[in-house]
Design a protein around this ligand. Structure first.
Ligand code: LHQ
Length: 263
């Protein structure tokens, strides 16, 4: 359900249930989490890239999965669909946002519901021009999950966040870029190469500093200005003792390419 390919220091993870537009089952979410764990533990992986097989990135939760599909039996007890969030989506989202390497999403087609919000949780989001993003939840009587309520207002502001979440309409890739929901749109035919090139560029950069940058940005949302300044100073102080800072400055001074290795 998850295909893993190595491209140098980049680990490419492909959501691989194309016959169901890569809709998530509990088993698939478990495999994705295991693949992220493996990438985190593998010191040779310096960037993760997530994309979808076939014509979609992911249609979100598989609505036919027995964990969430409402029972048709008369009198059957209603299911607690929160189980999927507690056991599958929350651990996955937390793993993704705390990965010790940067994560790129290459959105190759429709990304709906939890599929959209999983993509938007990645550090840099590229999309092919035929890709689209749908906050499909309201159409089936739910609220945005997989981080949607947190991510959307931060990415696009409250007004657009509410419009996207309430209407659940399809947002095309170009519009998603204009809104600031994603970073960049590329031609469909160039998506895979562009995403691997971007991931390889990130893989050659000082990984630890990139990951601390993600963490500092996320944490800054709950800090006041002065506390954020203090937090920057504390983190900078730690990074200043690390190999990559010494290497980066030495390479700059000697007009050579740096070789970063902290992770
Ligand atoms: C699907 C799905 C799908 C199963 C397409 N499931 N089969 C968390 C926890 C607990 C509960 C619930 O949810 C969540 C989080 C969520 O993610 S909720 C949101 C779930 N996702 C959706 O509501 C999206 C539903 N899908 C769609 O709106 C459309 O399929 C999109 C816009 C994604 C694609 O449209 P089309 O390109 O027109 O393709 P299609 O609709 O014809 O789909 C192709 C096939 O894939 C089709 O099967 P079939 O056997 O007829 O070829 C669909 O039934 C199947 N499929 N999404 N989520």
């Amino acid at each position: 359900l998850i295909q893993s390919e190595r491209h140098g220091a980049v680990r490419l993870l492909r959501l691989n249930r194309p016959e169901a537009l890569n809709a998530f089952t509990a088993a698939m979410l478990g495999q994705l989490r295991q693949a992220l764990d493996a990438a985190a533990e593998d010191g040779a992986t310096r960037c993760v890239l997530i994309t979808g097989a076939g014509r979609a990135f992911s249609a979100g939760q598989d609505l036919a999965d027995p964990h969430v599909a409402p029972s048709r039996e008369p009198g059957a007890a209603p299911k607690d669909i929160g189980w999927m969030l507690e056991h599958c989506y929350i651990p996955l989202a937390l793993r993704l946002r705390s990965l010790p390497v940067p994560v790129v999403a290459a959105v190759n087609g429709v990304a709906a519901g939890a599929g959209a919000n999983l993509a938007l949780s990645c550090d840099i989001v590229l999309a092919g021009e035929s890709a689209s993003f749908i906050q499909a939840f309201s159409k089936i009587g739910l609220i945005p999950d997989c981080g949607g309520t947190w991510l959307l207002p931060r990415l696009v502001g409250r007004a657009k966040a509410l419009e996207l979440a309430l209407l659940g309409d399809k947002v095309k890739a170009v519009e998603a870029e204009r809104l600031g929901l994603i970073s960049r749109v590329v031609a469909d035919a160039e998506l895979q190469d562009a995403a691997i090139a971007l991931a390889q560029k990130l893989a050659g950069m000082p990984t630890r500093a990139l990951v601390e940058t993600r963490r500092a940005l996320d944490e800054s949302m709950k800090l006041d200005y002065e506390t954020a300044l203090q937090r920057e100073a504390a983190l900078q102080s730690q990074l200043g003792f690390a190999h990559d800072y010494l290497e980066g400055v030495a390479a700059f001074m000697n007009k050579r390419q740096p070789e970063f290795k902290d992770r």
